[in-house]
Design a protein around this ligand. Structure first.
Ligand code: FE2
Length: 390
């Protein structure tokens, strides 16, 4: 095990170090709390054996700091003190210390207590590995869902991935989503339209005002279908609730429940905002410069005003990024002769179909359209700005 000894008395420190090394441990040392805190961040440490009485930060304060602020795995804490009172021991254990030994050291006892702690450290490490594995499986499952949506409809899959990314940026800027909830934001973004799977392609991206009565009721049922699909998996149930509410409107005129304002879960409001933005840019065909005005019309109606402000900030960044880029995305049907490819055109298995820097001819454009049909390449092609005729 990797053990950090914190002891200001150098004689005791060297004695402890010699014993622990002879028991087969890797030993790090520090002479006060501040140095110990630094050592924790510069080498792997499984266990800390610290004296109670230390200069600057005492042993108990150090243990409390490790318990509350050290997030890089569980560190087993043993505090040593010549204060042989039951009250001190209880006080130490209540502060997050795992074990308590009295000074002067009984080295047989210390060895047994360290071995005991070692078993807990091993269990904790095994648990941690399992947790990481289950987190990986969780995200792999979510991405599999998104891929299935992509197979069902490429546009829907792309929309969900973009909404997920934008929802994450909104959540980070919002600042009131706890870090451990960020994966829920990502998942809810990826899966918010899972209830659309199975809908006729003609209805999927139809404008609401053009829908027939039946189409509208089918469409308005998709948050409930999504909730039902996700509720079947226990660990997706919190996401199911968020998905149910992603078409609620801030003014209470959304569906399916007509929730308003703060009664709509915050993550659902975030998904709704990202969803609306994505529709404006990718379906409505609005330029980024037009977006702020459009968003303002939704402030307090469809969307949470606070999120409208954040979307406008993010949109300004997108405008800047677009200005800094030397290429633009051109739809397949708008390609003209003389345009120069800014990126390689590849099949999904990454085989190269047409290299970057190719100047398009009428024949080249026809070839790209054929690749679109046969190899399912993107309907948008990256073209160098300088080659686009205004
Ligand atoms: Fe939706």
């Amino acid at each position: 095990m990797n053990i950090l000894i914190v002891e200001d008395d150098l004689m005791t420190l060297r004695l402890l170090e010699a014993h622990l090394k002879s028991w087969g441990h890797t030993v790090h040392t520090a002479v006060d709390g501040a140095a110990a805190w630094e050592a924790l961040h510069s080498a792997p440490v499984d266990m800390v054996v610290t004296d109670w009485m230390l200069p600057k930060m005492n042993g108990l304060e150090l243990c409390r700091k490790i318990r509350t602020e050290f997030t890089d795995g569980y560190v087993y804490l043993i505090i040593a003190s010549s204060l042989d009172s039951r009250q001190d021991m209880i006080h130490g254990l209540e502060s997050g210390v795992d074990d308590y030994v009295t000074k002067p050291f009984d080295f047989d006892e210390l060895r047994a207590r360290i071995a005991n702690g070692g078993r807990i450290v091993l269990l904790e490490q095994a648990l941690n590995r399992r947790y990481k594995q289950s987190q990986t499986t969780y995200f792999q499952t979510l991405h599999m869902f998104a891929s299935l949506m992509e197979v069902f409809n490429e546009g829907l899959g792309g929309h969900c991935r973009r909404v997920s990314r934008l929802a994450m940026s909104l959540a980070r800027r919002h600042g009131r989503i706890p870090v451990d909830q960020m994966h829920t934001v990502e998942a809810a973004g990826l899966l918010h339209d899972v209830g659309m799977v199975g809908m006729p392609a003609a209805v999927l991206f139809k404008k609401k005002v053009e829908m027939t009565g039946d189409e509208r009721s089918d469409y308005q049922a998709h948050p409930i279908h999504g909730e039902m699909i996700l509720s079947e998996v226990e660990y997706l149930r919190p996401i199911a609730q968020i998905v149910r509410a992603h078409h609620e409107q801030f003014n209470g005129r959304g569906f399916p429940d007509g929730l308003a304002g703060m009664f709509i879960p915050l993550i659902s409001r975030i998904i709704a905002a990202a969803d609306a933005y994505d529709h404006m840019v990718h379906q409505g065909g609005q330029s980024l410069e037009q977006i702020p005005e459009l968003l303002q019309t939704q402030r307090g109606y469809q969307l949470d005003p606070e999120l409208v402000d954040l979307l406008i900030d993010i949109n300004a960044l997108h405008i800047q990024e677009e200005a800094d880029r030397d290429f633009v995305e051109v739809a397949m049907e708008d390609l003209t002769e003389g345009m120069v490819l800014a990126q390689n055109i590849r099949r999904k298995n990454s085989a190269l179909l047409m290299p970057a820097l190719t100047e398009l001819t009428a024949y080249g454009i026809e070839k790209l359209k054929t690749y679109r049909k046969l190899a399912n390449i993107s309907p948008h092609i990256s073209i160098y700005k300088h080659s686009v005729r205004r």
